[in-house]
Ligand binder design. Structure first.
Ligand SMILES: Cc1cc2nc3c(=O)[nH]c(=O)nc-3n(C[C@H](O)[C@H](O)[C@H](O)COP(=O)(O)OP(=O)(O)OC[C@H]3O[C@@H](n4cnc5c(N)ncnc54)[C@H](O)[C@@H]3O)c2cc1C
Length: 364
């Protein structure tokens, strides 16, 4: 019997397996795909994600291209923000995920290919159906459509209000990492230049899926996007528990992703580090929930910001562009230098004055 079976070898699963193996647990890591495998994703590793990876000794992941400058544009305005040595490292998920999985194996994790169809909790452990395995604990790191989450009763799938719908692909190489805030309704577009091509796409709240598809046709024509893939990012798990009797959810399976940007790798690796800490306690389930409180608090505030800003993005982006200090401070949150709540508290005080002077300038 395994101490811990981790389902899914994306960043959430492999970092969990790596850290739990380091602690001496007997860990099985399962994935339905053989590795290396690709995953629809911009591959943006923000500086704060890098810091978490560095803290646990995983900072030597393969980087396609580091970007210290970020351009945000739309509605006829643009803002540039900079952070050195880099703001965002771009990776190819194929090699990034493979690297993390191999590091878990080096620490003693056993990797097996297998499709888990359901989990069944029993008093002494958890049965993994479809792969005929049994473990004291199971970690569901099986992504946006997690079967562990559904079969354990921790999640019940995602409604459209709880999902970001995205279309992405490969585009010709460009220079500057760019976010385009008027490229899609209730969302944005991105161009992420890698070593020899760019990853580019659009995404937004799934309630606008039809309009997002239409916006992508235009975006795709303009930027020459090929090998198009559609995918979802779940954002609806912020208020739901991420663990139950012997079962834990980490990463997209829990639906705890930044609703403003769709950034999920940070939360996947951060939650994996919290999970491994929880295993130091006698009752890892309640400890994990305690440790997650800070992440939930941040995501709740981001959800609030999303509801205020995104439906009025044209208006707010003008403020953003007119007051680069707002953009600079926002950048500091993704660098991990200031908590989002400090940025938000600071910005909320300034937005009324900024809106007033913007209107004043417009009518002058
Ligand atoms: C278009 C797009 C762009 C994005 N861009 C960014 C970005 O630039 N930066 C960022 O931080 N985030 C981005 N995200 C979000 C990011 O991709 C996810 O948050 C991240 O991959 C979550 O990691 P994970 O380990 O939880 O899940 P995943 O990476 O999805 O891994 C889940 C793994 O589970 C396996 N699996 C699934 N079901 C089973 C099963 N039943 N049995 C066994 N194995 C199973 C899968 O094969 C997969 O390997 C983007 C997402 C999308 C869709």
């Amino acid at each position: 019997m395994w101490d811990v079976a981790v389902v899914g070898a994306g960043p959430a699963g492999s970092v969990s397996a790596y850290l739990l193996s380091k602690k001496g647990f007997k860990v099985l890591l399962l994935d339905r795909q053989s590795f290396p495998r690709d995953k629809p994703c911009g591959g943006g590793i923000t500086f704060r994600t890098h810091k978490v990876l560095r803290e646990v000794g995983l900072e030597d992941y393969p980087v396609e291209r580091p970007h210290s400058e970020v351009l945000i544009k739309g509605f006829g305005f643009e803002v540039r923000v900079e952070h050195r040595p880099f703001a965002i490292n771009l990776v190819k998920r194929e090699s990034f995920d493979h690297f993390l999985m191999e590091r878990a194996v080096e620490e003693g994790t056993t990797f097996k290919r297998g499709n888990v169809t359901a989990v069944k909790s029993e008093p002494e452990g958890v049965k993994l159906l479809g792969v005929n395995e049994y473990a004291s604990y199971v970690v569901g790191a099986d992504g946006a459509n997690s079967l562990v989450a559904r079969s354990s009763g921790l999640r019940n799938g995602w409604g459209k209000e709880e999902t970001i719908y995205a279309l992405e692909g490969s585009a010709p190489l460009s220079e500057v990492l760019t976010f385009i805030v008027d490229a899609a309704p209730m969302g944005y577009g991105w161009i992420f230049p890698r070593a020899s091509d760019s990853n580019a796409g659009v995404g937004g709240l799934a309630t606008k899926a039809v309009e997002i598809k239409r916006a992508f046709q235009e975006f795709s024509k303009r930027h020459g996007i090929r090998d198009v893939k559609a995918a979802i990012i779940p954002i609806g798990g912020i208020d739901l528990p991420s663990s139950a009797h012997r079962i834990f959810l980490v990463g997209d399976s829990a639906g705890m992703v930044d609703p403003l940007t769709g950034e999920g790798i940070y939360y996947a690796v951060k939650e994996a580090t919290l999970l491994s800490k929880a295993f130091e306690a006698d009752d890892p389930v309640s400890r994990y929930e305690e440790l997650l409180l800070e992440v939930r608090e941040e995501l709740r505030l981001k959800r609030k910001a999303f509801r205020i800003i995104v439906p009025r993005i044209g208006f707010f982006f003008k403020i953003f562009a007119a007051y680069p200090e707002i953009a600079r401070r926002y950048m500091l949150t993704s660098i991990g230098e200031i908590p989002f709540k400090d940025f938000w508290g600071w910005a909320v005080k300034r937005i009324p004055r900024a809106s007033f002077s913007l209107l004043f300038h417009r009518f002058k």
